[in-house]
Design a protein around this ligand. Structure first.
Ligand code: HEC
Ligand SMILES: [Cu+2]
Length: 400
């Protein structure tokens, strides 16, 4: 009876602590069943640790104090006390089993990505995420198939460079968030295009490495509509902290409407952004095959053909055409007007001739990823790919 009362008091204390503790010191409020299980596990195991801590240290300090030499305590002498030995073997064993059982159950549930309603491939790039709604079975088959876009950091450069006060979602804002329906099992296939990244959304209890050449998967089912934020969780280079993940969960009807709109918006924008590039294969996105393949065998980590992971050069669809002159005059001008450190001067035809000969796509890539003394995006991770491309187009037009 006494023990029961103690247990009740203990859990009341823990529950109280969990809600009143400063929010930024605790785990995020769980938003999926898995995250809730992880949260409960965290509390349970924390509770067990606290009880053991108090028990062990209480016993220790009690013994030191009460049985100290100065009060004349005489030590008891006993050896091979079977009862004590059995107790200190069995009790820890039971405690460990009591923790391992629920933990294992959760891990197994986390790994069960079968029967999703919707499948989305998340590809890590240096440094942004690309999302592709792949063809799959399940409730939402067909609704969003084929939608794909990049999700770039939106935090303004001024905030990053301490020229403006940092907003609430500093480094946690993107131009195009991932959109999912609530109450549906969403499977995320993770892979990467260059180095290892990791897809991490704490409120969903989801953290999965994204490995080049492999597809791993994870899943979540969001309870409530809302905006949830995460980050890349694998140190992936100098802009590792600049590739956040934003997920908007909406009601299913809204999600369908979003998908319909997104599909319509994608088609014309695609050709518009591609037109100046002049590459023939741009209008149609040849993603059907790899998408189906990915959906077919996601159970085990799977080797993906290099060509497939490399199909990175799809333009972000749907964005308004960026103003190249503005981006150039704001950023690129610092080096490219004066020829700083070997930067080809804009307008210097001789300097640009060989570079232009590489083709626009290559120039875009070099400007986005950086080459030799040319920093990626001119050293401004907040720029979107489209803005950099527009600036390149502008610079090339001025230097022909
Ligand atoms: C810090 C100085 C600096 C800034 C800022 C900068 N560049 Fe550069 N850029 C360079 C240098 C240096 C090179 C020459 C690199 C080389 O070929 O070795 C270069 C080369 C290039 C090239 C040619 C790449 C090639 O393949 O030959 C393009 C295109 C380019 N920059 C675009 C941009 C754009 C767009 C911006 C603005 C978003 C920008 N740069 C901002 C220094 C800069
Ligand atoms: Cu990363």
């Amino acid at each position: 009876m006494k023990r029961q009362a103690f247990g009740a008091a203990m859990s009341a204390l823990l529950a109280g602590a969990a809600t009143s503790v400063r929010a930024d010191l605790n785990l995020q409020t769980p938003q999926t069943p898995i995250a809730a299980q992880i949260y409960d596990l965290h509390l349970l195991i924390m509770g067990v640790c606290v009880v053991i801590f108090i028990g062990v240290f209480g016993m220790m300090f009690y013994s030191i104090l009460k049985h100290r030499k100065s009060v004349g305590h005489k030590a008891a002498h006993f050896h091979e006390n079977t009862t004590v030995e059995v107790i200190w073997t069995v009790v820890p064993f039971l405690i460990l089993m009591g923790m391992a059982y629920p933990a294992t159950k959760t891990v197994i549930a986390m790994k069960d990505t079968s029967n999703p309603d919707l499948t989305i491939k998340a590809t890590g790039y240096q440094w942004k995420w690309g999302y592709e709604y792949v063809k799959g079975e399940g409730d939402l088959a067909g609704v969003s198939d084929g939608i794909q876009f990049y999700s770039n950091l939106k935090t303004s450069l001024d905030e990053i460079q301490n020229q403006a006060p940092k907003g609430e979602n500093y480094l946690l804002d993107v131009d195009e968030p991932l959109v999912v329906p609530v109450g549906k099992k969403v499977r995320i296939l993770t892979t990467a295009n260059d180095v290892i990244h990791a897809f991490w959304v704490p409120a969903f209890g989801v953290k999965q490495d994204a490995i080049p050449g492999f597809i791993r998967d994870t899943w979540f089912k969001v309870d409530q509509p809302g905006t949830y934020r995460g980050q890349c969780a694998e140190l992936c280079g100098k802009e590792h902290g600049f590739m956040p993940i934003v997920v908007i969960a909406m009601e299913q009807a809204e999600f369908k409407a979003w998908a319909d709109k997104r599909k319509v918006a994608a088609a014309p924008a695609q050709t518009a952004t591609d037109a100046p590039v002049g590459s023939g294969d741009a209008a149609a996105m040849p993603t059907e095959a790899p998408a189906a393949e990915a959906a077919a065998a996601p159970e085990a980590p799977m080797q993906v053909a290099a060509a497939e992971t490399k199909k990175a050069d799809k333009p972000a669809a749907g964005g308004a055409k960026a103003d190249g002159a503005k981006v150039y005059n704001g950023i690129c001008v610092a080096c490219h007007a004066a020829g700083v450190a070997g930067a080809p001067k804009v307008g210097d035809k001789a300097a640009w001739k060989a570079r232009i000969a590489q083709g626009q796509a290559t120039l875009h890539e070099h400007a986005i990823k950086g080459i030799r003394a040319m920093p990626a995006k001119g050293g401004n991770p907040a720029l979107s790919d489209d803005e950099v491309k527009a600036a390149v187009d502008y610079m090339v037009a001025q230097s022909k």
